[in-house]
Design a protein around this ligand. Structure first.
Ligand SMILES: NC(=O)c1ccc[n+]([C@@H]2O[C@H](COP(=O)([O-])OP(=O)(O)OC[C@H]3O[C@@H](n4cnc5c(N)ncnc54)[C@H](OP(=O)(O)O)[C@@H]3O)[C@@H](O)[C@H]2O)c1
Length: 287
């Protein structure tokens, strides 16, 4: 089995490549640029893959508000070409989406299932939701995985670092931290998301799945837990999203239910706090 991974150098891609079965073909923008759709189908055919996992995306949530065409070029039209190319070459397509497809329901306080109506509140969320639709329309036997709040040892490919590292760096500089306390989601360790993804691929499942660590918290609660584990006591203040003032709106609640995973025999990832503790140990070991 030959499995191509686009976005192999991103934080999820880097944790996924080493644990996939068979022969893994790491792919970057140099081989397939999602914003250059004309050559994607021919490239996929030449690669002779059995499975393509797309970890690549336009991930600049705030910048997408002012350059929607760039977000849609990668997250929609690039994904459509991947899905079409995979169907034509009989390649199983595995694609990642986001909890940011939710947010419109401001009263929500229970985890979203895969069949709950989405409603994004940002250009990025809209582009990723449309990407889900084009993936499933053009590659009906695809797997689309919504995940949330990723952090991994390798940091994001596009933006660099991750939330945990940012918190530790700013605290280390002795600066005060103001962190939003009105957005509820599930921080998810890329190692755990990668493992569940391999599980899904092995089951030969198709369709939409939620894959995050278990439980939920706010970004402020996550920061509090990071500092507890790191034995730090920085000047940390909870603030509202309005006070933070990011250009793009975020969902006030975007916790995803993992229950569907168990129905296809894939183990649900562990609680987020256990995963975070492992991450903290792992990063310490690399210093
Ligand atoms: N990060 C999160 O918190 C989060 C949350 C929910 C869902 N997700 C989704 O999870 C998936 C993986 O995210 P991640 O955090 O691992 O992302 P990441 O670390 O930012 O990696 C994204 C990868 O996409 C590549 N890429 C960007 N534009 C491209 C293009 N035009 N053509 C080809 N490759 C391109 C980047 O390559 P370059 O280095 O060359 O730019 C990078 O390797 C994405 O679908 C994302 O939307 C992420």
């Amino acid at each position: 089995m030959r499995i191509g991974v686009l976005g192999a150098a991103g934080q999820l891609g880097r944790d996924l490549c080493p644990i996939l079965p068979g022969e893994v073909v790491p792919l970057s923008r140099a081989e397939i640029d999602l914003s250059q759709t004309a050559t994607i189908a021919a490239t996929l055919t030449a690669l002779n893959l059995d499975i393509l996992v797309n970890c690549a995306a336009y991930n600049f949530v705030d910048k997408a508000e002012v350059e929607p065409d760039a977000a849609f070029a990668v997250n929609v039209w690039g994904v459509r070409s991947l899905a079409q190319g995979c169907s034509a070459a009989r390649i199983k397509f595995v694609h990642f989406s986001t909890d940011y497809v939710f947010g419109l329901d401001a009263t929500r306080s229970t985890p979203f299932a895969e069949d709950d109506a989405p409603g994004p509140v940002s250009v990025y969320g809209l582009s990723k939701l449309t990407g889900e639709y084009v993936a499933r329309t053009h590659a009906p036997d695809s797997i689309v995985i919504r995940t949330c709040g990723l952090y991994g040892i390798h940091g994001t490919g596009g933006k660099g670092g991750n939330f945990v590292e940012t918190m530790l760096r700013v605290a280390g500089q002795g600066k005060p931290l103001r962190v939003v306390a009105d957005q509820h989601c599930t921080p998810s360790y890329t190692v755990d998301v990668a493992q569940a993804t391999v599980g899904l691929i092995r089951t030969r499942a198709t369709g939409l799945f939620h894959v995050t660590n278990a439980g939920s918290c706010t970004w402020h609660e996550l920061a509090t837990e990071i500092f507890r584990l790191a034995n730090l006591k920085p000047d940390l203040t909870p603030i509202t999203s309005a006070q933070f003032g990011a250009p793009a709106r975020r969902p006030p609640y975007s916790v995803l239910s993992n229950a569907k995973l168990a129905t296809v025999g894939v183990q649900c990832p562990r609680p987020w706090s256990e995963a975070l503790a492992d991450y903290m140990t792992e990063r310490q070991g690399r210093r």
